[in-house]
Design a protein around this ligand. Structure first.
Ligand code: CS2
Length: 470
């Protein structure tokens, strides 16, 4: 008998009716928001329609599996498997008419998104980057439709819009047209105050296209904010084989993840939401302290390791953190970042060490190194600025900036960045000039701080002196 395929005929729960849309389906969402929805007490009332990012791969993989996939939770002690049923359907991003139809439906209550830091198309000041070609193209197309006072749903459905801010705006225009009522937008990217960050770029897009929607959005759109956390690497062939061996069915796209998971949310949900608390999510008034702790401590040390680790010869987080030198760098960074937090961080740091040491998770440093242009300013700069302005020399933060500079200069993992041209253009001159340009990008107000520049150059020399240590 041949191995059965993972479909709803034989596995999982029946697909629930769509009440949520997710934009940017990747492994992280499948291990996080979809997992919380799966474990909510009212899971059978909340189906997710997920849209892929630009590449349609996830729709091609999960379509034949009716949206089902296996979550492999990889603890130090071994793996456990669970079929997740909360994603009712997966659409490629190009299925724009379908996205519009969901927005126009009263059933839609919550829109979540993971579009990466770069997917907000923000300028350094947080505004929508209207010089970006893709943004301009989308804005022009949508404007052309909306300029006709009698535009119809069909006109919006006929568009192809690729950037997340304009996709959301198009959805909201359709929702107003349909009179489908209020909803919540809940971005789930690693950005401080992600709700405000996303609403800003969508509002900027609205200003360009049809400012009259802003009145409607202020009445009908609740922007929620959240801190998301679960370390979720890319899927390997080995994991596909493992599911077949251990579970006895074929899953073309299982998701490996760690046992730990955290979701802290604040915001209003006028059209309702799944009972995520019953799955362990926390609903709070103010996400900021949790967000800062996670972004600075977890993500900040990830970035430090991602740029410095490969230069020393490490490939994964668990290899890097096992090295006493790297561990010392991470500890130093944590005490600097922790000193700026208003909530407990020492126990959090201890728990992080255990998470990083999990050898069963192969989290590639090269993957974390992507898009440093978007990550370093939010993960490292706040601590660098705060301590430097207090007259300290924060060597942990300095080392992270130095490691990123080395990465841009061609050391360690290859540069893969949405702003690659801009940031690789910062380096390539003398050590001092490179440091000044990189610091000018990360923390412009410190760009003339000579003592700091000397410290960055010195830290980069120290890291390079350990090149290929392993
Ligand atoms: C990582 C994050 O790739 C990265 O930048 O720092 O994806 C990290 O693994 C998650 O935020 C953990 O919740």
């Amino acid at each position: 008998m041949s191995t059965p395929k993972l479909t709803r005929e034989n596995f999982g729960r029946p697909a629930a009716d769509i009440r949520m849309v997710h934009i940017g389906l990747g492994n992280f969402t499948r291990a996080h928001q979809a997992w919380y929805t799966e474990h909510a007490s009212d899971a059978s009332d909340w189906g997710i329609a997920a849209f892929t990012g630009r590449r349609p791969t996830m729709a091609e993989l999960l379509g034949p599996q009716d949206g089902l996939y296996t979550l492999i939770t990889k603890g130090n002690e071994g793996d456990s498997f669970e079929v997740i049923s909360s994603v009712s359907v997966v659409h490629p991003a190009s299925d724009f008419a379908q996205l519009i139809d969901y927005f126009a439906s009263e059933n839609l209550a919550v829109v979540t998104s993971t579009v990466t830091e770069a997917g907000y198309y923000r300028r350094d000041d947080g505004s929508l980057d209207t010089d970006n070609e893709d943004v301009t193209h989308d804005l022009e197309n949508l404007k052309r439709v909306v300029e006709n006072p009698d535009f119809t749903m069909e006109d919006i459905r006929g568009l192809q819009v690729s950037t997340a801010p304009v996709r959301i705006l198009s959805g909201l225009l359709a929702r107003r047209l349909a009179g489908a009522g209020a909803l919540t937008i809940l971005p789930c990217d690693n950005l401080p105050d992600n709700g405000a960050a996303f609403s800003r770029v969508v509002k900027d897009a609205a200003e360009q296209v049809d400012p009259s929607i802003l009145d409607w959005t202020s009445q009908n759109v609740a922007w929620a904010t959240c801190m998301v956390d679960r370390i979720t690497p890319a899927t390997t062939d080995e994991e596909r084989d493992e599911v077949e061996r251990e579970q006895g069915y074929l899953d073309v796209s299982p998701v490996p993840t760690e046992p730990f998971s955290e979701w802290v949310i604040s915001g209003d949900f006028p059209a309702g939401r799944p009972d995520w608390e019953s799955a362990g999510a926390q609903i709070v008034d103010d996400v900021e302290p949790y967000e800062q702790r996670k972004l600075w401590m977890l993500n900040g040390s990830h970035s430090l390791m991602a740029y410095a680790g490969p230069i020393l010869g490490f490939e994964t987080v668990s290899e890097a953190i096992a090295d006493p030198t790297v561990r010392g760098w991470v500890d130093e960074w944590w005490s600097e970042a922790g000193s700026g937090l208003s909530i407990e961080w020492e126990d959090y740091a201890k728990a992080l060490i255990e998470r990083f040491e999990n050898r069963n998770i192969r989290h590639l440093l090269a993957q974390i190194a992507h898009d440093g242009s978007q990550k370093i300013p939010v993960r490292i700069a706040p601590t660098l600025l705060r301590l430097r302005n207090e007259g300290e020399m924060p060597t942990g933060a300095v080392r992270a900036v130095a490691a990123w500079m080395l990465h841009l200069q061609g050391h360690g993992a290859p540069v893969k960045d949405a702003s690659a041209d801009r940031v690789t253009g910062l380096v390539g001159k003398s050590a001092q000039e490179d440091a000044a340009a990189v610091l000018g990008y990360v923390a412009p107000s410190l760009a003339d701080d000579q003592e700091l520049l000397d410290a960055i150059v010195k830290a980069s020399e120290e890291i390079i002196s350990l090149r290929g240590k392993y």
